[in-house]
Design a protein around this ligand. Structure first.
Ligand code: UD1
Ligand code: UDP
Length: 392
């Protein structure tokens, strides 16, 4: 263990995030840190996402202290990174942070980590240690998390496997197995009496006995893979008129244009704008199963007892595949259609996959991360017991 020294009391933490999934996973952590007497936590959003980010912050009642407002339509990776580096450097020149917290694997994550490093600030990496060992997929996320892992001084690994991946890279100091904060977020959103703000969802859920939730947005799926996915979804919807398909479409024009071109106009296929966090989590809680290339959905669906068909060739989240609730389907028409048909038509296959497991967390990740920060800075005597192990 490598103890760090706070420059002041309370310890000043700056949480930096910019996209929808980072916000959903950091919001409960910010709330937990703000409950700690010895910590002061400010928020800097890069706004790599604008509308998607604002939807989440509104839900959690978070008002950013700093907003870099970097999003542009059809933005390039270098453009996002350079705007973040110059904007965050200015924030860090004026805000005396002891620790900069970043999350996951986006360009916000890597650019913020690099800026913090150049500004001589300690970095804490939330959701550390996920790997596919393929820098081309997911691109650029695998590279982003490798860079961030090298620069960070504190590593919050969701699972023991993630910590083992860090150990293989000789990252051994200040690694804490905490669970994923996304499971904590579900406690803020999922309610048995939730009323959907999108009225179309109330109607679909009452008109159809089964609803399949779909999302696709990954850069490596743009182009032909997305065309294959849409063709399979269209044929599935036509072959199963008793089943509703709900797809909140990512605003990236490279996603929304081809998706609307192939999938609009089917009576049982609902294309929606992005859902707010509460609607999305409650839709997941009530759906039949999920088809997605999203990282967050791969973690949320198992916790809610919903099978997930992963529309990718590989995953950095193999725990749910091992637990039997997620299946890696690839991005070819035939594989996707066959896997979905099996869940729609074979009750035994469905029931085998539809059990709730929580390989990614137990709802106490934020408490463990806050405890770990206090411990590393000498504000608490003992580290938190790792997720997955029973406390003595
Ligand atoms: C980003 C992350 C990805 C993460 C995903 C979550 C990178 C390189 N990618 O991908 O890891 O899985 O977020 O959703 O960090 N747009 C809007 N409004 C918004 C958000 C996006 O209009 O609120 C449009 C813009 O045209 C923008 C485009 O979507 O240029 C792409 O956004 P970007 O953040 O670059 O990539 P994502 O695919 O969202
Ligand atoms: N999500 C949401 N509204 C939507 C689609 C997704 O709130 O319309 C949530 C979802 O429940 C999960 C997160 O967004 O918590 C995942 O974000 P995304 O799929 O964009 O990114 P990834 O997790 O793949 O990085």
């Amino acid at each position: 263990m490598n103890k760090l020294i706070a420059g002041q009391t309370p310890l000043r933490v700056l949480a930096v995030f910019g996209t929808r999934p980072e916000a959903i996973k950091m919001a409960p952590l910010v709330k937990e840190l703000r409950r700690r007497e010895q910590i002061s936590c400010a928020v800097c959003v890069t706004a790599q996402h604008r509308e998607l980010l604002d939807l989440v912050n509104r839900h959690f009642g978070l008002t950013p202290d700093f907003d870099l407002n970097v999003m542009q339509q059809s933005q390039s990776l270098c453009g996002i990174a350079s705007r973040i580096i110059s904007g965050l450097a200015e924030v860090l020149a004026n805000y005396p942070a002891d620790l900069v917290l970043v999350h996951g694997d986006t360009t916000t994550t890597a650019a913020a980590a690099l800026t913090a490093f150049y500004s001589k600030k300690a970095i804490g990496h939330v959701e550390a240690g996920l790997r596919t060992y393929n820098k081309a997929s997911p691109f650029p996320e695998e590279g982003n998390r490798l860079v961030t892992g090298q620069l960070a001084s504190l590593h919050f690994a969701p699972t023991a496997s993630n910590a083992a991946a860090l150990a293989q890279e000789h990252i051994l100091d200040n690694v804490f197995v905490t669970g994923n904060t996304v499971i904590d977020a579900l406690a803020y959103t999922v309610r048995s009496d939730h009323r959907f703000s999108q009225s179309a969802l109330e109607r679909i859920l009452s008109d159809y006995s089964r609803t399949v939730v779909v999302t696709v947005h990954r850069r490596e799926n743009l182009g032909q893979p997305l065309q294959n996915i849409c063709a399979a979804l269209r044929d599935l919807a036509l072959a199963h008129p008793d089943t509703a398909f709900v797809y909140p479409v990512h605003p990236n024009p490279a996603v929304s244009e081809p998706v609307h071109a192939v999938l609009s106009g089917l009576p049982n296929f609902l294309l929606l704008p992005p859902l707010d966090t509460a609607d999305m989590h409650n839709l997941l809680a009530r759906c039949h199963f999920v088809m997605t290339d999203s990282g967050g959905l791969q973690e949320e669906a198992p916790a809610l007892g919903k099978p997930v068909l992963v529309l990718r060739r590989e995953t950095e989240r193999p725990e749910a595949v091992r637990a039997g609730t997620a299946r890696l389907c690839g991005v070819e028409y035939g594989e996707i259609a066959a896997a979905a048909r099996e869940l729609l038509e074979n009750e035994v296959s469905y029931t085998t996959m539809a059990h709730a497991v929580n390989p990614y967390g137990d709802g106490a990740a934020c408490r463990r991360i806050a405890d770990a920060i206090e411990y590393v800075y000498g504000l608490r005597d003992a580290p938190p017991a790792p997720f997955g192990e029973v406390s003595p």
